[in-house]
Design a protein around this ligand. Structure first.
Ligand code: GRG
Length: 316
């Protein structure tokens, strides 16, 4: 059981083991960027008639979480010479899409989870019908938000970002990954390549879209986009490996969701294929390779470098 105090809500900076990149102050950076994102998310969806659906959307959207995707988007935009303001609507949209995927993932027809971000899941609080609609509402709103709220960015860049988000969400991304994940449940002998497919799509696609859309909004050149893409693929996979490890090693209280679900659902995971020590080594290797991609940008890349370290150091 998860305590009613919602320890997950303020967890990200506190749960960070010491990052090992240069003098960059990741905890300060995360705290500042999270504050900006939280305020923008709070403003993004008002409560109007019919109140219930707006409240349900806000319930999950404003329930905390690490805000990793918006922060990656902002950091990549800054790396490419852009501003927080240029990235903020897309950053919020990424969190709306991510939250939508969590709401639907938690439904009885999918993972059937009771807790998320330290609180009862959306369908536990509002019922399945409203939870489905809250997810749909957030997904649609994400695109409207990018299209209407992005200023000081040429329209063709915004259009590219909208297309990129669509690609990350569709059967080419989250949806495709989720389908193979559902099909693989309880199946023995899942291969590494199937596992990699699931997570490159279910988790990696949106993380990659977060980094690339930030870079694109600021007009990053082809070489920077390629480096950002490789960086994001590596941290995406590392993120999932760490997620699998935490499912075995962390408590529900720390995670803000039910721990041990992968074993219970007989899911193939990286620790089940490799064991925990090798999974940790692989995650570390991927993070080092991700950082090496951006080394050419020096101090400008410090936030993204430190965020890569955060992936393996995180405890929730
Ligand atoms: C997008 C149309 C559409 C459908 C969604 C349900 C589904 C299809 C896909 C599942 C995607 C999913 C839930 C992937 C898991 C990704 C993941 C590792 C989530 C945890 O992310 P964190 O740790 O969570 O960043 P917080 O709460 O910190 O934001």
């Amino acid at each position: 059981m998860i305590s009613a105090e919602n320890p997950h809500k303020t967890a990200s900076a506190q749960n960070l083991a010491s990052p090992n990149h240069s003098d960059f102050q990741l905890v300060d950076y995360l705290t500042q960027r999270r504050e900006v994102v939280e305020a923008a998310l709070d403003k993004s969806i008002p409560v109007v008639y019919p109140e219930k659906i707006y409240e349900a959307m806000r319930y999950s959207l404003l329930a905390g979480g690490k805000r990793l995707r918006p922060i990656l988007c902002i950091a990549a935009c800054e790396l490419a010479g852009g501003t927080i303001e240029m990235a903020l609507p897309t950053a919020c949209a990424l969190e709306m899409i991510h939250t939508m995927s969590l709401i639907h993932d938690d439904l009885p027809a999918m993972d059937n989870d009771d807790f998320r971000r330290g609180k009862p899941t959306n369908h536990k609080k509002y019922g399945e019908d409203i939870a489905i609609l809250a997810g749909d509402g957030l997904l649609a709103y994400a695109y409207e938000h990018v299209a209407i709220q992005t200023h000081q960015v040429p329209a063709e860049r915004v259009l590219k970002v909208v297309a990129r988000l669509g690609h990350a969400v569709a059967a080419t991304g989250l949806v495709g990954g989720q389908v193979v994940d559902l099909e693989s449940e309880g199946v023995e002998g899942i291969t590494l390549s199937t596992l990699n497919f699931i997570h490159a799509h279910k988790t990696g696609a949106l993380l990659e879209a977060s980094v690339l859309s930030g870079a694109e909004l600021a007009g990053a050149d082809q070489q920077m986009r390629q480096r950002c893409s490789q960086y994001a693929r590596n941290i995406g996979l590392a993120f999932q490996i760490v997620d699998d490890i935490l499912d075995v090693t962390a408590t529900s209280e720390k995670l803000g969701k039910t721990a041990g679900k992968d074993v219970e659902a007989q899911k193939a995971t990286y620790p089940s294929l490799w064991g925990i020590p090798e999974s940790q080594r692989q995650a570390q290797r991927l993070v080092e390779e991700a950082k090496a991609e951006l080394a050419v940008y020096g101090e400008q890349a410090a936030p993204l470098m430190a965020l890569a370290d955060f992936i393996t150091a995180r405890k929730s």
